[in-house]
Ligand binder design. Structure first.
Ligand SMILES: NC(=O)c1ccc[n+]([C@@H]2O[C@H](COP(=O)([O-])OP(=O)(O)OC[C@H]3O[C@@H](n4cnc5c(N)ncnc54)[C@H](OP(=O)(O)O)[C@@H]3O)[C@@H](O)[C@H]2O)c1
Length: 215
């Protein structure tokens, strides 16, 4: 599969490495496609990874991942060109974190709207699935947790797209997904992240994840 990833940060590079390691053809889209960190990333993934502009990455991808800073997410998909997202499965990993008052962060969108819903409104022809936003970039591929990895929380409006993301999650080492419903469930998946940060500060780790347990 051809995968287009918007972003060049830890999440974009980690998921890009993961997809490339499974044999997919990955292009990362950045405002600086020839930066030092992206040159290093290309060496790491060998022939299965390339870099370009966000528009080139969106055009390249049969599946597209949005992995940019929350404050730049809407601008990034506009710059990439909404037409290039038409009919495609789009994985949204972003969080609307507001660090203007320090840590733990707040949210700059919520709780009657979310960044996931904003992106879906910007890309009405795309099948957006919120996923990976509650997981550290370090654990996104081949996750390692005592007792096994949890199911990956996802949400989105298109059942077929969520089924496809579930296949992708399994390919990257997750046991499966926990489907929380339509894209409006992004409100709670995003609002969960300040709690995840608070717990990380308390436990002094950034590799943790939540697992729902029930009788
Ligand atoms: N880090 C984690 O462990 C983690 C875990 C789960 C979810 N997330 C979420 O995933 C997203 C990416 O996180 P990250 O830590 O990898 O990176 P980040 O530091 O949050 O963001 C860096 C990326 O954002 C892009 N960016 C910033 N402003 C932009 C704009 N106006 N237009 C286009 N691109 C813009 C940069 O693109 P250029 O290359 O063009 O500079 C760069 O690729 C965030 O929304 C974050 O909340 C992060």
């Amino acid at each position: 599969m051809k995968v287009g990833i918007l972003g060049s940060g830890d999440v974009a590079r980690a998921l890009g490495r993961g997809f490339a390691s499974r044999g997919h053809d990955v292009m990362l889209g950045s405002r600086e496609p020839e930066s030092e960190k992206l040159r290093t990333w290309k060496k790491e993934v060998g022939g299965r990874g390339s870099t370009g502009t966000s528009e080139q990455a969106a055009t390249h991808g049969e599946m597209i991942l949005v992995c940019v800073h929350g404050t730049g997410a809407e601008e990034a998909v506009s710059t990439a060109g909404p037409d290039h997202f038409q009919g495609k499965v789009v994985i949204d990993t972003t969080n609307p974190l507001d660090t203007s008052r320090g840590f733990p962060p707040g949210l700059f969108v919520g709780i009657t709207d979310s960044l996931g819903e904003r992106l879906q409104r910007k890309l009405p022809g795309a099948k957006l699935v919120k996923a990976f936003n509650t997981i550290s970039s370090v654990q996104m591929v081949d996750p390692k947790f005592p007792g096994g990895a949890p199911e990956l929380m996802i949400c989105g409006n298109d059942a077929g797209a969520k089924a496809r993301v579930t296949e992708v999650a399994k390919e990257l080492g997750w046991p499966g997904t926990l489907d929380l419903g339509g894209i409006e469930a992004s409100r709670w998946m995003e609002a969960f992240v300040p709690l995840w940060v608070t717990v990380g500060m308390k436990l002094n780790t950034w590799h943790h994840a939540a697992k729902w347990v029930h009788p």
